[in-house]
Design a protein around this ligand. Structure first.
Ligand code: 26Y
Length: 821
């Protein structure tokens, strides 16, 4: 139909104002005079969506006209955070809209509070995916995300009786005005059934997947706008629905109710995000989710590709697919299935295509997070895929037996199948063998990926392994989250840093400038006062913005060592109350983070933090010196409140356990100083900001490896030698913070002192105390502190997700910016 008469909607105030009112009346069905906060927020989101859709269509055409190679990011998690504010900032109409709604008597910040965080992820891995989408769009790169449209995101956390309580997160309760449902592009997903073996006319093996059931994947697109509003990519999330078909066998038996039950099961597939980073293997529903994501994505990707009249053999020239950890590793088998079974490409050529198309990122060294699926389960759910995995394995093993003369032990280690204790498919091996690139997420981690996780593969294919140090988007994490600091930086050096974070270097000469330091400290103080208000409202605890704000915000996990942090706090508290010690500066300790609902130790760590906070905050002797807060329900929007207000960032994982960390980057970019170990990206952050601007402590990875490897780590030695350690552990064991249930934290005493304790808390305890001591003295000298903090901001340019994405594009994906003319 003709399009000339439909003018594109513009971003000027008149057009925006008109659209908002139009949506209130016609989309929400209300007279403007009756519009409440929620209505205006909703109408504003819809107004932006209209404009984003125009740009989305324009971007799509631009990529098509350029015959551009595209990258698809497959991830089972995306932690987007709220979209309205981010879109306003990226479209650079935040000021405009603030004034507009103000004229009508509304406050934009209040409107933004109406949006629920789409929390479709657990932590770092999901947030990284969201930062990457922002960078791709900002750099005008043809790269989109594929994921699952969970009905329930990560659980909401509240604290009751000092313990974590989980509530379901029905994030779409208020509607999700930004998403575009695309029923016409639904995908039918076959699952279960069995394989019949036949022969093709030429005598070749012809498998037939029969008796399968099906579900439907309905895509929802969320537009992703780059900074400056030039390019709009999308995140495509699939929701599982049932087909109209019934399982006719059941139906014929007259069991109508059972047939309906089965339909309900289909919709369960995208019902909920698994809230754990380790304990979901073996769960059929989780495997089904992974398959559902992979099947829907690859169907969609190949359909779009073939629509352009291309030959399937050209796939790697035009498509790159990045596997975000092993969760979408079934893509190896599914792409082979599409090529071999559906498109009749000979196996070897199909394998070559698959390999050149796929690339894999590893995000964790924890052995308990390495995915394995029982062969029986996979055979039941995905009979053809299991067959293909076996075939890949057989060919691969016979090839390396021939070419590299590998011995039996090596073959067993490299096999895609674990044979010990019930056969299982090793998803990491599948991903490595099926991809042309394998990367870790920080320099140290990428070395450990080669050395610890995949030594045999690294020896076989040294060129396949590479590093891509993580990055964060400066748009959300500085420009939007910290308007005060943003404005100060822009006033000093202009606003080019938003697109080119290396420009922050221009702040270096100002780090020692007394006037600039004053302004910097004033901005930080204002952020702290702002957070103090929020804490007072939500917890009733009063904080002084003159104290050091010391934060540890991340998932609760033993390896991240929140316990080390709280033990140090208890030590200080006991010194203040029992020894009359007066710390050089008052301290506020803020914790935030969720524990997986089935992870006993993690939940008890929250319990300890909250119990200790209750005792400490109520103790008059400590009131002037120490406050402890647990900020409930850590999520992107809470991170945006916490991070600008931090003076100190706790990055204290045992060396060799945290793959990278990205929170560490957000804090430092916002002018917090890190107290941290030589782990993950901490190492690179320290190199970048300068050793004198980073509080380093603790064992190194080789030291940890050696002491845990030879069994020489004996925590009792430290307990015997240091009265500080004894005092804290004895207090815990005696029930000092839970007088009603004195046994509660005895397990911590036992665990910390268990021979070979995996995270070596006590080995790092004294150096941690001493480093905190030093930090406190430095904070007491504002000029010294301000200089260090400003230098952190100035030297964090490297950790922009834009840099990370450029490296992926250049080294792995082979995609290029396609900017509008
Ligand atoms: C398989 C399953 C249960 C599972 C689910 C989620 C396993 C792992 C995960 C999530 C892992 C994760 O978030 N890893 C983090 O990735 C960040 C981005 O690369 C790193 O910065 C961070 O150090 C790492 O812990």
């Amino acid at each position: 139909m003709p399009v000339e008469n439909c003018p594109l909607q513009t971003l000027d105030a008149d057009s925006l104002s008109c659209s908002i009112r139009e949506h209130i009346t016609h989309s929400l069905g209300k007279p403007c005079a009756e519009a409440g906060n929620r209505d205006v927020a909703m109408a504003l989101s819809m107004t932006l969506r209209d404009r984003l859709v125009d740009k989305l269509l324009e971007t799509r055409k631009r990529y098509r006209d350029a015959r551009a190679k595209r990258m698809y990011y497959l991830s089972i998690e995306y932690l987007l955070g709220r979209c309205l504010g981010n879109n306003l900032y990226n479209m650079r109409i935040d000021e405009e809209c603030r004034n507009l709604v103000k004229q009508w008597g509304y406050d934009l910040e209040e409107l933004r509070e109406f949006e629920r965080d789409p929390a479709l992820g657990n932590g770092g891995l999901g947030r990284l995916a969201a930062c990457f989408l922002d960078a791709l769009a900002t750099l005008d790169m043809p790269g989109c995300g594929y994921g699952i449209h969970y009905e329930f995101g990560l659980f909401k956390q509240s604290i009751q009786n000092d313990r974590q309580v989980e509530q379901p997160d029905y994030w779409m309760a208020e509607g999700m005005p930004l998403q575009i449902e695309r029923r016409d592009q639904s995908v039918i997903v076959p699952i279960y059934g069995r394989i019949e073996s036949h022969q093709g006319p030429d005598g070749s093996y012809l498998p037939l997947w029969v008796d399968w059931q099906d579900l439907v994947g309905v895509p929802y697109d969320i537009p992703i706008v780059g900074f400056g509003d030039k390019t709009v990519n999308y995140l495509r999330l699939f929701a599982a629905r049932s087909t109209d078909n019934f399982d006719m066998k059941i139906f014929d038996q007259g069991d109508y109710i059972k047939a309906i039950h089965q339909k309900v099961y289909s919709e369960l597939v995208s019902k909920i995000l698994y809230p754990s980073e380790s304990i979901s293997f073996g769960k059929e529903l989780r495997l089904t989710q992974e398959y559902f994501l992979v099947f829907c994505s690859l169907r969609d990707i190949t359909r779009r590709f073939l629509k352009q009249n291309r030959n399937i053999e050209e796939l790697p020239e035009f498509i790159a697919i990045q596997l975000n950890d092993t969760h979408p590793a079934l893509a190896v088998a599914e792409l082979m299935r599409i090529l071999v079974d559906e498109r009749r490409v000979p196996w070897d050529r199909a394998w070559n295509i698959t390999n050149r198309t796929l690339a894999f990122t590893n995000h964790t060294l924890m052995p308990e997070s390495l995915e394995m699926w029982p062969v029986d389960l996979m055979g039941k759910v995905l009979p053809r895929h299991l067959q293909i995995i076996y075939e890949i394995n057989a060919r691969f093993l016979s090839q390396i037996r021939l070419t590299s003369k590998a011995d039996d032990a090596t073959l067993r280690r490299m096999s895609l199948i674990e044979e010990q204790g019930g056969k299982q498919v090793r998803m990491a091996n599948l991903a490595v063998v099926g991809s042309h690139s394998v990367n870790g997420v920080s320099k140290l981690h990428s070395e450990l990926v080669k050395k610890v996780l995949f030594p045999d593969y690294a020896a076989l294919w040294p060129g396949k392994f590479n590093n891509k140090t993580n990055g964060i988007t400066p748009r959300r994490w500085l420009y939007k989250a910290n308007p005060g600091l943003s404005a100060l930086i822009t006033e000093a050096i202009g606003d080019a840093w938003i697109m080119d974070l290396d420009k922050l270097q221009d702040l270096v000469p100002l780090a020692g400038d007394a006037a600039f330091q004053q302004k910097f400290l004033a901005v930080k103080r204002a952020s702290k006062a702002h957070l103090a208000e929020y804490v007072a409202q939500t917890t009733g605890v009063m904080l002084s913005p003159d104290a050091v704000f010391d934060m540890q915000a991340k998932r609760i996990h033993e390896y991240k060592r929140q316990l080390l942090n709280i033990m140090h706090i208890l030590h200080d508290y006991l010194r203040v109350t029992e020894d009359g010690y007066v710390p050089p500066v008052p301290r506020v300790y803020v914790f935030a983070g969720k524990a997986a609902p089935g992870y006993f130790e993690a939940k008890e760590i929250i319990h300890l933090i909250c119990s200790a906070a209750r005792v400490i905050n109520a103790d008059k002797r400590a009131a002037k010196h120490i406050k402890v807060v647990f900020a409930a329900d850590y999520r992107v929007s809470l991170a945006e409140k916490l991070i600008p207000a931090a003076d100190v960032s706790e990055q204290i994982s045992t060396a060799g356990t945290e793959a990278s960390g990205t929170g560490n980057m957000k804090f430092s970019l916002n002018g917090a100083l890190t107290i941290g170990t030589l782990d993950g990206a901490n190492i690179e952050i320290r190199e970048a900001v300068g050793a004198e601007n980073f509080y380093l402590f603790g064992l190194t990875t080789p030291e940890v490896e050696r002491q845990l490897g030879d069994g020489s780590y004996d925590p009792w030695e430290y307990y015997g030698k240091h009265p500080e350690i004894r005092r804290v552990l004895d207090a815990l064991s005696a029930g000092r913070f839970t007088p009603d249930e004195p046994q509660t934290f005895h397990w911590i005493f036992e665990k910390m002192l268990a021979k070979g304790e995996r995270y070596m808390h006590l080995a790092d305890f004294m150096p941690y105390l001493e480093t905190h001591e030093r930090l406190g003295m430095d904070y007491a000298k504002p000029a010294v502190w301000a200089k260090k903090a400003i230098l952190n901001v100035a030297r964090m340019g490297y950790f922009s997700a834009d840099r990370t994405i450029r490296e992926y594009a250049r080294d792995i994906w082979g995609i290029k910016p396609i900017a509008p003319k």
